[in-house]
Design a protein around this ligand. Sequence first.
Ligand SMILES: Nc1nc2c(ncn2[C@@H]2O[C@H](COP(=O)(O)OP(=O)(O)OP(=O)(O)O)[C@@H](O)[C@H]2O)c(=O)[nH]1
Length: 270
Amino acid sequence: METLPRKTSVHRAIVQKLGLMRFILVLMLAAVIMTTIFDYAAITLLGQSYRVPDFLAASISALIITYVIARFFVGKFFDIDELEKEMHRLATYDDLTGLLNRNAFMQASIYYHELQSVEEQNYSVLAIDIDFFKRINDQYGHAAGDKALIEFGRVSKEISRASDILGRLGGEEFVFLLPETNVSQAKSFAERLMNNISELKITEEDSEFQFTISIGITAPPHKNSTSLETLIKKADEALYSAKNSGRNKISIYTNNLEQNINTSVSNPIT
Ligand SMILES: Nc1nc2c(ncn2[C@@H]2O[C@H](COP(=O)(O)OP(=O)(O)OP(=O)(O)O)[C@@H](O)[C@H]2O)c(=O)[nH]1
C-alpha cells in the first residue's frame, strides 16, 4: 500500500478541510458578495436607480470570471490529478497507519459478507487492540504511541495478503476481515501477527519499548444470516475475553462458545 506523499501545510489544509471544488465554490461565493456590495455602492454614489437585471448580470459575470481564474490558478500551482488522488486517499485510508478507515473497511467487507451468504465462502473477522496503550502514551509520550500504531499498521500489511481487508475503526481499535480463511487459518495469522508485533522495538528519544496485542476471532456460521456488524461484535467480545484473561492472548468465538487460547510469544512484556 502506498504511503501518503508529503504536501505543504496549506495544500493539505485546503484538500482536507474544504476539498477542491468546495474551495472554488467559496471563492465564487465571495466574488458574488463583493460584486453585489460594489454594485450597490456604485449605484448609490452615482444616484442612479436600482435595477435587478444589472445586479444579476454583474453577479453572473463575477461567478464565471472567478471560476475561470480559480481553475487556472489551482491548475497552475497544484497537480489536479495528485489532488484528486490525495482526496481519495484521505477519504479511504487512515492517515497514521495507512489501513482502511471505518467507512472504507465496512464498504470493502460488505462485499465479502454478501458473497459468503451466496457462495458459502469462508472468511474470518479479527478484532485487535494494543495492550495497555494508554500506559505507552503516558510513559513515553503521544508521539511514541503514534509510532507504535504506525509500526502495527506496517507489520499488519507486511504479513497479510493483498485481498485481506485491514481497517482501523478508531483509536487503537482494529478490525481485519480475511477472505477465504477459516478460524484455524485465522488463528495462525493472529499468532504470526502477535509474534511479529511483540518482537518490535520502538525507540523514542532515549527510550526503547515493546508492546503486545490481544486478538478476538470469529467466523460466520454456514448458511448464516448474521450481519457483519454482529460478527464484528462477536469478534469484539472474544477480544474482551482475551483482555480479561491477561492480554497478549488470542480468543476465539465459535458457536456461542468462547475458548481462550493462551499464545506464547517470544518477547512478552512484563
Ligand atoms: N498516540 C495515540 N494515542 C491514541 C490514539 N487514539 C487513541 N489513543 C489513546 O489510546 C488510549 C486507549 O486507552 P484504553 O482504551 O484505556 O486502553 P488501553 O490502555 O490499551 O488498555 P487495554 O486496552 O485494556 O489494554 C487512550 O489513552 C487514547 O488517548 C492515537 O491516534 N495516537
